[in-house]
Ligand binder design. Structure first.
Ligand code: ADP
Ligand code: MG
Ligand code: MG
Length: 257
């Protein structure tokens, strides 16, 4: 079992005037493989900041706290090192990478997690790819196209889930994978994430809609407001939040934020 632990994390970013702005103000969370966690919370509370910080985006400055993977701090690791250790980030806005095909990218990413003298055999790679393209209702020619170049919003999201299924990380952070998806695409994306479920895999799903959580039912929900986790609960909490809104929770907790 792998563990990802976020300990009293404080993070700042520089705004346009180069002034440091506090965004995360002491986030605590412990995740294990085998569990699906969800973070919900209003816009602008630091959900994406948390996921970018876990993946090592240098724009985010950690002023206090730590992030531990299996007890080892990852703060001094590069983005690549974190990925090799088994972390995966699906971004809210996936980047286009002209000149690198989807299939080249996937093979390189898979091989980066294997010993140097033991790359994945091509036949294994192709059969795994066929299986996952079918699961996600993706066209075969998607894999020969340059990574995300000219992909529609829905294609980008499916492609992120294809990466997840192929790379098989220990922990995935899925930031608003539901944004901009129609209901059919949402079903397909959820099918992919649910196929990953098992004791070798943990996920942190970020969303501000409850709808996604009807398809990928989390074990634990964390509600974030103003840079902190203000409440933890089970899957039933999503329904309550949908009904009462974040304002209801603010009142319940007596928060003035
Ligand atoms: P969420 O994902 O919960 O909507 P974000 O983490 O994107 O929230 O943003 C939290 C706050 O931090 C917002 O006020 C946002 O404007 C600010 N912020 C995030 N990233 C940056 C950045 N790179 N530069 C300046 N401000 C940022
Ligand atoms: Mg946002
Ligand atoms: Mg966000």
């Amino acid at each position: 079992m792998a563990t990802l632990e976020i300990k009293d994390l404080h993070v700042e970013v520089q705004d346009k005037e180069k002034k440091f702005k506090k965004i995360l103000k002491g986030v605590n969370m412990v995740m294990h493989t085998g569990e699906i966690h969800a973070i919900m919370g209003p816009n602008g509370t630091g959900k994406s900041t948390l996921s970018e910080t876990i993946m090592g985006n240098p724009k985010y400055h950690i002023t206090q706290g730590d992030i531990l993977l299996n007890g080892e701090s990852i703060l001094n690791m590069t983005v690549d090192e974190r990925a090799r250790k088994g972390l995966f980030l699906a971004m809210q806005y996936p980047a286009e990478v002209p000149g690198v095909t989807n299939s080249e990218f996937l093979r390189a990413a898979i091989n980066a997690r294997r010993p140097e003298n033991d790359p994945i055999p091509i036949s294994d790679f192709l059969s795994e790819l066929d299986k996952n393209l079918a699961l996600l209702d993706m066209k075969e020619n998607m894999i020969d196209r340059y990574l995300n170049e000219g992909f529609s919003g829905g294609e980008k999201k499916r492609n992120e889930i294809l990466q997840l299924l192929m790379i098989k990380p220990s922990f995935a952070i899925l930031d608003e994978i539901d944004s901009g998806l129609d209901i059919d695409a949402l079903r397909v994306v959820s099918r992919g994430v649910n196929a990953m479920r098992g004791n070798q895999f943990g996920a942190l799903m970020i969303t501000h809609y409850q709808r996604l959580l009807d398809y990928i039912v989390p074990d634990i929900i964390h509600v974030m407001m103003d840079g902190r986790v203000v409440k933890d609960g089970g899957p039933e909490m999503a329904k309550k939040l949908e009904k009462e809104g974040y304002a209801g929770l603010r009142d319940e907790l007596g928060l003035d934020i």
